[in-house]
Design a protein around this ligand. Structure first.
Ligand SMILES: *Cc1c(COP(=O)(O)O)cnc(C)c1O
Length: 379
């Protein structure tokens, strides 16, 4: 099945009891048993829920995996992955990691004895040199947030495999429509489905997708034993969002390309970060592993004072100033004070995340309206 067919059909059958064409929301906490242990495969809703089970089958298909495990948020999905490790183990992560991921590794799991280090993963040789005796997990995010660097998933996963290290790719920024890390050698794909997969900014949700049955079983065990499961209504909303994933992401990417070109040609813009530019340092890798270049664009103004950035951040009408990304509506954000505020300033500056950097999540509106909205504020 091709991607556009999978989003509609993979794992989805009309409800056998009623013929309902849409997956019902099984809003129940428990299931009746005819005799102790005599049930229809469902005992208690933390462990199994039919709406969630359909979503897990569909997500597994979208990432070319065999199993998906759903959580109440992207960070709950990350939390389950970290629980595969033990005290003294080390995670080696990309250096411009999502702020919430960094906060969990350092501030929640640091006191439990988890070690974490952050390296530039755009060069595979740097990754190999950074691997230490306690490194058990490589945490890849690509494109990275908000600098939109690209990590060569195939090259880095090959190094990890050689050293017997598990790899996770946070595929949130690309979505399964643009990039499938399991095909490139990753062990686990993570999504904050809050973003592109849900796509309508109306639900918080996370998932993991794997190909190895034993790894899938361990993660399902943690899902049930730790309990950060999504409710059936949230699973329904994610299933509904997925049906148009390919259409939304394609249009968003086309709009982002036009906006990146517009910004690059603007006399008041200093620098535009978008992996679709031929001069982007990792353009060739992006071209190799992604179907399109994504719908996130970051830029810095020549006048890099907070006042100039604020004029744009608070002046747009169609781009709403808000956290998050990946919805049908365009958003504008200020990483230094919003998504990346939990990362120390010196760490931020090291990767080029200045106090005046502006990040756009480009939606599916008419692109000429979006450009006019920016133009009115940049001047
Ligand atoms: C939002 C996000 C997360 C966290 O997901 P939540 O659903 O907000 O918990 C993780 N990684 C990336 C790249 C994100 O954008």
């Amino acid at each position: 099945m091709k991607f556009a067919t999978k989003v509609i059909h993979a794992g989805i059958e009309p409800d056998p009891s009623t013929g309902a064409i849409m997956t019902p929301i099984f809003q129940t906490s428990t299931y009746v048993q005819a005799a102790p242990g005599d049930h229809k495969g469902y005992e208690y809703a933390r462990t199994q829920n039919p709406t969630r089970a359909v979503l897990e089958k569909n997500l597994a298909a979208l990432e070319n995996g065999t199993d998906a495990i759903c959580f109440s948020s992207g960070l709950a999905a990350q939390d389950a992955v970290i629980k595969l490790l033990k005290s003294g183990d080390e995670v080696l992560s990309v250096n411009d990691l999502y702020g919430g991921s960094y906060r969990q590794m350092v501030r929640v799991y640091g006191p439990w004895g988890l070690k974490s280090r952050y390296v530039d993963m755009t060069d595979a040789a740097t990754v190999e040199a950074a691997i230490g005796p306690d490194t058990r997990l490589l945490w890849i995010e690509t494109p990275t947030n908000p600098m939109l660097s690209i990590v060569d998933i195939e090259a880095v996963c090959a190094i990890a495999r050689k050293h017997g290290i598990l790899t996770v790719v946070d595929n949130t920024f690309a979505s399964p429509f643009l990039q499938n890390p399991l095909d490139l050698g990753a062990d686990i794909v993570l999504h904050s489905a809050t973003k592109y997969i849900g796509g309508h900014s109306d639900v918080v949700h996370g998932c993991l997708i794997v190909r190895d049955a034993e790894l899938g079983q361990r993660l399902h065990f943690i899902q049930n034993a730790s309990g950060a499961v999504p409710g059936p209504q949230d699973c329904f909303l994610i299933l509904r969002g997925i049906k148009t994933l390919h259409l939304r992401v394609q249009r968003s990417c086309e709009n982002a390309a036009a906006i990146a070109e517009y910004l690059a040609a603007h006399s008041k813009v200093a620098k535009v970060y978008w992996p679709g530019f031929a001069h982007h340092p990792n353009h060739a890798v992006a071209k190799k592993q992604m179907r399109m270049f994504g719908a996130m664009v970051s830029f810095d103004l020549k006048d890099n004072t907070p006042e100039a950035a604020n004029k744009v951040l608070s002046g747009t009408h169609l781009f709403s100033l808000a956290e998050s990304l990946g919805g049908v509506e365009s958003l504008i954000g200020h990483p230094a004070s919003m998504t990346h505020a939990s990362i120390p300033r010196e760490e931020r500056l090291k990767v080029g995340l200045t106090d005046s950097l502006i990040r756009l999540s480009v939606g599916v509106e008419d692109v000429s309206d979006l450009i006019a909205d920016l133009d009115a504020c940049i001047g």
